[in-house]
Ligand binder design. Structure first.
Ligand code: SAM
Ligand code: DTB
Ligand code: SF4
Length: 344
């Protein structure tokens, strides 16, 4: 047997409770495995915990765009930067619910409502809770990302029918201050704790391609994998270019193989979490996405736009998943005409 064959120690993580005591040396060792060994190990973990031929399909809607008081250096919606995004008010509930129905009919299994707030005001939360309940009634899983939450706000969202709360750590503790100054990493960790205590499932990940080093990417994975409970969903975003934001000056699109390695390490360190190949798929070839699925990614956003930036066309995603023999809710999507008929 070759020396580079994955050790029984590492493969033993495929069974039992996920570990939450990963060391830097272990993360580095996994990341630096010969590629075939890393893929083998990631696939072993993936197969022990998930159907390897299925991906989840989520749909995003920006229910309140732009004018955000936070200074996240990657974001088109921050009021600190001169970007092409115009600020809007909170969307009308009827429009949100109709958009969710169309997303469901187009093949989404989860609907995520995003607002560019530092934190929601209680009167805005009344309207978001109304939206959450109606979207849940459509038979969709519900997710929201509204900034920082108090424990009471998290409970209200839970009671309204919210399944997941998305709040990202974004990057490593060491790199964090280069990207955001108006909200600390501890603020984020506190919000995640409030979401958990209210009974919400957590969606938490970050971004790569902002000029961080591989060690920061692994530092971010360690932060996630050593949380009191692993996030149920881990979105890995590759930075989607936005004009006018500071990250433009440092951005460095990751080597595709480095992205696959990172997905594989996320899969191994958080064996039961759904890993979402999130923003940045617009830049990825079909082959790269296929490798990411082999490495353990098992969720994507569908729809032509994310919040303010592009995502691949749904037809391209349907075709890619079909060619890979991957099942998803896209298989039971209705055509727009069938969808209108069903609504009548
Ligand atoms: N305003 C809310 C907040 O930040 O808590 C929610 C929306 S925010 C857009 C959600 C996440 O999207 C960010 O934490 C970041 O990880 C990701 N994101 C934002 N802009 C991005 C971009 N240009 N490219 C890739 N990911 C991005
Ligand atoms: C996440 O991690 N990625 C999504 C979701 N959570 C809210 C957002 C991606 C946004 C990409 C940039 C944009 O479209 O503005
Ligand atoms: Fe605001 Fe969220 Fe954008 Fe940060 S990522 S500027 S909090 S909308």
């Amino acid at each position: 047997m070759s020396q580079s064959t994955p050790s029984n120690d590492r493969v033993s993580h495929t069974r039992g409770e996920p570990r939450r005591n990963w060391t830097r040396a272990e993360a580095d060792a996994l990341y630096n495995l010969p590629f075939a060994d890393l893929m083998f190990e990631a696939q072993s973990v993936h197969r022990a915990n998930f159907d390897p031929n299925h991906v989840e399909t989520a749909s995003l809607l920006s229910i309140k765009t732009g004018g955000c008081p936070e200074d996240c250096g990657y974001c088109s919606q921050s009021a600190h930067y001169d970007t092409d995004v115009k600020a809007t008010k909170l969307m009308d509930s009827k429009v949100v619910i109709e958009t969710a129905r169309r997303a469901r009919d187009a093949g989404a299994s989860r609907f995520c409502m995003a607002a560019a707030w530092r934190n929601p005001k209680d009167k805005d939360l009344d309207r978001v809770c109304e939206m959450v309940s109606a979207v849940k009634d459509l038979g969709l899983e519900t997710c929201a990302t509204l900034g920082m939450l108090t424990p009471q706000q998290a409970e209200r969202l839970h009671d309204a029918g919210l399944d997941f709360y998305n709040h990202n750590v974004d990057t490593s503790p060491e790199f964090y201050g280069n990207i955001i100054t108006t909200r600390t990493l501890q603020d984020r960790i506190d919000t995640l704790a409030h979401a958990r205590e209210a009974g919400l499932k957590v969606c938490c990940g970050g971004i790569i391609g902002m000029g961080e080093q591989v060690e920061d990417r692994l530092g971010m994975l360690m932060l996630l994998a050593n949380m009191p409970a692993h996030p149920e969903s881990v979105p890995i975003n590759m930075w989607n270019e936005v004009k006018g934001v500071p990250v433009n000056k440092t951005a460095d699109r990751p080597d595709p193989i480095a992205l696959v390695r990172m997905i594989a390490v996320a899969r191994i360190m958080m064996p039961k979490s759904v890993v979402r190949l999130s923003a940045g798929r617009q830049y990825m070839t079909d082959e790269l996405q296929a490798l990411c699925f082999v490495a353990g990614a098992n969720s994507i956003f569908i729809g032509d736009v994310l919040l303010t930036t592009k995502n691949p066309q749904t037809d391209r995603d349907t075709d890619l998943l079909h060619r890979l023999g991957i099942k998803s809710q896209l298989d039971v999507a209705r055509t727009p005409a069938q969808s209108v008929q069903a609504a009548e």
